[in-house]
Design a protein around this ligand. Structure first.
Ligand SMILES: [Zn+2]
Ligand SMILES: [Zn+2]
Length: 291
């Protein structure tokens, strides 16, 4: 008994989903120098789906894509394995990865950002809910984890608790945004008022933990002869130099037993990172954008 191939299963699902959505669909449809696995008639923008499970070079894929382009058709590709030399997502090539585990539904994988079943993906692609963006932008409400670590004051010896943000931020399409990769610099994240207030209310609500939060403010450093936002001793207000703080933080990151707190913060500033991607925001949320 011959089982139906994966290629055919994907093809059948594209056909049935698009028909359910009310579109006219053709299989193995031919045009000028191309033949689409599934061709969807759509007045503004016909779509040609190509299921490419055998390896195909980037060059060949672009070459075939150009033919669709020339005919005003959106070519959309489903690959199974990464395309060699395709190092980042491109606006001229809607290319996605399809996967299946143990006979479970076919899933489409958008990098690390999201995995959705093929039908949901198609419905959103056709309705233009998946668009190319060159940057990833933080969504307003972020769920963050903050970790506390200890540092003894170099001057009075008192034990202080410092903290760092242990989780990245995310865009509405679930792209990871690490502030340390942006212009912000990693240190400024802990100095954000919204993070500080989360930490303060956690310390207050959990007084049994005995957290003595180092205070954050602008202080003058004799070492670098500059004033900057810094951690300092909650008792004697001595500045904790950036170098020592960084050192203690790196040690702390390897400690599995740090006290942590989790919570939601509403960001007052937006962080964007250059991340070219096919943006598929969560229901009702906005695309990543420059402004
Ligand atoms: Zn002190
Ligand atoms: Zn996005």
């Amino acid at each position: 008994m011959e089982s139906i191939s994966k290629h055919d299963r994907i093809q059948m699902q594209i056909v049935s989903t698009c028909r359910e959505l009310g579109f006219e669909v053709k299989q193995e449809h031919r045009g000028k120098g191309w033949r689409a696995d599934v061709f969807v008639r759509n007045n503004d923008r016909p779509i040609a789906f190509e299921i490419q499970l055998s390896p195909q070079t980037l060059r060949k894929t672009i070459e075939r894509q150009t033919k669709y382009d020339n005919d005003g058709i959106l070519g959309c590709w489903f690959f199974e394995t990464p395309v060699f030399k395709l190092n980042q997502e491109r606006p001229d090539l809607p290319l996605f990865y399809v996967e299946e585990n143990n006979g479970s539904p076919l899933m489409v994988n958008l990098g690390e950002r999201k995995k959705v079943d093929l039908s949901t993906f198609l419905a959103n692609l056709i309705c233009d809910n998946i668009q190319f963006r060159t940057v990833a932008k933080t969504k307003m409400v972020q769920s963050v984890k903050v970790a506390f670590y200890e540092m003894a004051c170099w001057k009075c010896g008192e034990l202080n608790h410092l903290f760092y943000v242990a989780t990245p931020f995310y865009s509405s399409c679930n792209a990871k945004i690490k502030p340390e990769e942006s212009l912000w610099g990693s240190d400024s994240v802990v100095y954000m008022p919204e993070i500080i207030s989360l930490v303060k209310s956690f310390a207050k609500a959990n007084s049994d933990l005995g957290l003595n939060l180092a205070s954050i403010k602008d202080r003058y450093s004799n070492t670098v002869e500059l004033t900057y936002t810094s951690f300092g001793c909650y008792k004697c207000d001595s500045i904790f130099g950036d170098f020592y703080v960084m050192d203690a933080k790196i040690d702390a990151m390897y400690d599995p037993e740090l006290i942590t707190c989790q919570g939601e913060v509403e960001l007052q500033d937006i962080v964007t990172l250059d991340v070219p991607h096919w943006c598929f925001p969560k229901n009702g949320e906005q695309f990543c954008n420059n402004n």
